[in-house]
Design a protein. Structure first.
Length: 106
């Protein structure tokens, strides 16, 4: 279980407990967090689950895989800390994770 803070582009914060084994995207969808649409359901095929990982957490969320990298080409305003939230598995060490949603998913 990890407590994850999702911050919308507007600044609205949503703090939710996400079960280990789910993805950061699934944690948002199951808790009705706005700003993550996840149109493809987690297949790394839509880029509507784009988030910015708080820089302090980047070492714990892992690296982008090549498929994620190419899908991010379809996302807007991609930054160094951009990830597809469906590709980040939740584990206990992510307790306290902070992610922010980009403007176009607001
Ligand atoms: S949900 Fe579609 S790429 Fe993540």
């Amino acid at each position: 279980m990890a407590k994850i803070t999702y911050i919308e582009h507007s600044g609205a914060e949503h703090v939710v407990d996400v079960e280990t084994g789910l993805t950061v995207m699934e944690g948002a969808i199951r808790n009705l967090v706005p700003g993550i649409d996840a149109d493809c359901g987690g297949a790394c095929a839509c880029a509507t689950c784009h988030v910015y990982v708080d820089p302090a957490w980047m070492p714990l969320t892992g690296q982008r895989e090549s498929m994620e990298e190419s899908m991010l080409d379809f996302a807007g305003d991609v930054r160094d800390n951009s990830r597809l939230s469906c590709q980040i598995k939740v584990h206990d060490a992510l307790d306290g994770l902070i992610v922010r949603m980009p403007e176009q998913q607001g």
